[in-house]
Design a protein around this ligand. Structure first.
Ligand code: 4AD
Ligand code: MG
Length: 476
């Protein structure tokens, strides 16, 4: 297979050579000019089919969406918009595409429309750019941790623990829905199940990750995570990917430094390796902004925003500072917030966005949250009421990272678990990390789709994951 990728062809190095290209037709003009795309870049190669090369019947079969194998000579292009084109000597139609039925027309479709056609949307410029960037970011995740000696630990997808203690889990069972076996008290008898106990899809690989950190010192996970929360927002998925590093001998300060460096590395990597796709999305976003009223337009373009985040330190404040800023804000005084503001509340997305978009205008790391609103494993601060938690809030996104220093002191952890009604007997394996050679340690979770949203500027999380899983949405 001597196929040349279109991205390589467009570099112009093959001028004068004979090549074979394969791809899908984007447009066909004047029975002569075919714009062909193979997904390696948003730029199409122009294939010139000289009159007479194709018969009447074949000409009709070259329609948007059809797939072709083209052989020809690479020549410098006289037309504007492309440096090279392929002068075809043979065109083979690999697969027809009925123009009447093919949903993607050579015009701009709305993102909503394309969400309905998710099985074909990779073939558009916007989604081509988004998913090539998603790929790059995934690669950069591994590069970042590999360069620092972290071990990539594969944590289970089916688990019997609820890492976040929030109860938002998808059940996994082989028991029949109707008439499941029951115990004497009428409750379902999971001992009859495949796993012999009640199991669910993981909400986080953290607890297993901590076991790894207690041996390898530094690990990270990167895999799918599931939350059965009924949120219909532009930031929530029922199935999303999360990156969770876990580091022994790290405190909350080290944790913040690593998270900041990590986010900056991902952005820098995309800027270096996906310049063309980012420029396309920057342009796309600029168009979108133009249709908004002046007051709602963002001050910086996508590329300017990314550059700014890479070049500037994140703001670091405590939860208590955050509450005070909100209470002093014009938004609060003018009663613009929907949710109340007082010490102890869980920051709502409107509060997070005020802090990053209106007040600081940069990413913000918030530490020292009230213990009452955070997970059981977070380390209690000396004040006895806040924990060593850290959330990173990003402009346009809100929470992008959630992390903490972990409670490494066995008695304090046990006390907290019992206060929160978390069954310590079932988590003995976890508590062993504190029984046998416990050390200070910390970690965090980065929501991969929220990161892809941040880098691509896409407003809806459904548009940055190939196959979105949201409430009532699972077509394939
Ligand atoms: O804040 P969360 O729930 O933290 C954890 O799961 C910890 N165990 C992480 C750790 O310390 N190892 O989730 C972490 C991040 C959030 O900041 C957010 O970016 C993302 O995961 N996230 C979601 N992304 C998309 N859809 C959802 N439903 C999400 N829930 C959380
Ligand atoms: Mg969180």
């Amino acid at each position: 297979n001597k196929r040349t990728k279109i991205k390589v062809l467009l570099s112009g190095e093959q001028i004068g050579q004979e090549v074979t290209v394969m791809g899908w037709v984007r447009t066909f003009r004047n029975n002569q000019f075919i714009a062909l795309n193979d997904g390696s870049t948003n730029n199409n190669i122009q294939v010139v089919a000289e009159l007479g090369l194709l018969g009447e019947a074949d000409l009709k079969r070259i329609t948007t969406g059809a797939s072709l194998k083209v052989t020809g000579e690479v020549v410098a292009s006289l037309g504007k918009g492309q440096a090279v084109e392929v002068k075809a000597t043979a065109i083979e139609i690999l697969g027809d595409s009925d123009a009447e039925k093919y949903p993607l027309q050579p015009k701009k479709h709305s993102l909503e429309f394309l969400r309905e056609k998710a099985h074909l949307r990779f073939r558009t410029n916007t989604f081509g750019a988004v998913f090539r960037i998603r790929h790059s970011l995934a690669f950069a995740v591994h590069q970042f941790f590999n360069d620092r000696g972290f071990v990539y630990l594969h944590t289970p997808i089916i688990t019997s623990s609820d890492a976040e203690g929030a109860g938002e889990m998808f059940r996994v069972t082989t028991l029949p829905l109707e008439n499941p076996p029951t115990q004497e008290d009428g409750s379902i008898d999971f001992s009859e199940d495949f796993f012999g106990k009640s199991t669910n899809l993981t909400v986080s690989g953290q607890l297993e990750g901590e076991l790894g950190a207690m041996a390898f010192s530094e690990i990270y996970t990167f895999g799918p995570t599931f939350r059965a929360e009924n949120s219909n927002t532009t930031r929530h998925l029922a199935e999303f990917w999360m990156i969770e590093p876990e580091m022994a001998f790290h405190d909350i300060e080290d944790n913040m430094n690593l998270a900041e460096a990590f986010i900056q590395h991902l952005i820098r990597y995309a800027m270096e390796h996906n310049a063309e796709d980012l420029a396309f999305l920057d342009q796309r976003l600029a168009e979108e902004e133009k249709s908004k009223p002046q007051a709602e337009r963002s001050e910086l373009g996508l590329l300017e925003k990314l550059r700014f985040v890479v070049e500037n330190k994140f703001e670091r404040i405590t939860y208590t500072d955050a509450i005070n800023i909100l209470l002093e804000s014009p938004a609060y005084k003018k009663k613009k917030f929907k949710y109340e503001v007082s010490w102890g509340i869980d920051l709502q997305s409107e509060h997070e966005r005020y802090l990053v978009e209106k007040h600081f205008k940069k990413p913000v790391i918030v530490t020292g949250y009230p213990a009452a609103i955070k997970a059981f494993y977070m380390r209690m601060n000396d004040d006895g009421k806040t924990v060593a938690a850290m959330d990173i809030l990003a402009p346009g996104i809100g929470e992008i990272v959630g992390g903490s220093q972990r409670e490494e002191r066995l008695e304090i952890l046990e006390k907290r678990m019992s206060d929160m009604h978390i069954p310590a007997e079932e988590m003995s394996w976890y508590l062993d990390t504190r029984r046998f050679g416990t050390v200070p340690h910390a970690g965090f979770g980065l929501g991969f789709e929220r990161m892809v949203q941040f880098v691509t500027g896409m407003g809806n999380i459904r548009d940055v994951i190939p196959f979105a899983r949201t409430p009532k949405n699972c077509e394939f």
